[in-house]
Structure formats: C-alpha cells, structure tokens
Design a protein around this ligand. Sequence first.
Ligand code: FES
Length: 106
Amino acid sequence: MARIVIQNLGKSFESADFSKPLLTLIHDQGIDWMHACGGKGRCTTCKAVILEGAGNLTDYTLAEERYTKQGLLRPGDRLACQVKVQGDIVIEVPESGKFPHMMYRS
Ligand code: FES
C-alpha cells in the first residue's frame, strides 16, 4: 500500500495498484490533473513535483530522460503519466499544471 499526498491540493489517498501510472491513480480518485497528450509521454503538462519519496518511484522513462535533457523537467520533476508508484510519496502540482477551477494552497 502506498500513500500519495498532493500537498498543495490538500488531498491524499492510498493505492495498492503499482501497475498503473501516477496519472491514472490520481484520475481514479476523481482529481483533475492536466494531461494534454492523453498520457502518451508527448508533452510535459502532467508534470508532478516530487517533494518526498522519489526513491519510491519507478525509473525515468525514455520520454522523461528526453525532456530532462531538453530542460523541460527539472531534478525532482516526473511525468505523472509515465511514473509508477511503489511506496509513499508527497507531490505538488507545479504552476504550469494548475487549473483555474481548482483551489491550490500555493
Ligand atoms: S500527459 Fe503528456 S506527457 Fe504526460
């Protein structure tokens, strides 16, 4: 069981499904999360900032490595549609991923 905390949304949930990408786990909770390319690793709009538990995530995918080299992902950023969760994490929504209809703490 892994606990996923989205700090600047003030939301958290648990999941025992380590086979689905983080984006799917978030959407399964009914939480809106940006995903312009539909979760295909072709954009960076699903970016999540990892605050704690980076070691509880699967390795970087080729898409994440490519965007890191291009400077579109900073250290600590992961693509929610690519990464899978293997243990507890604390994340936040970056400025670029915030929706106007949702309330964020920062
Ligand atoms: S939704 Fe486009 S890269 Fe994740």
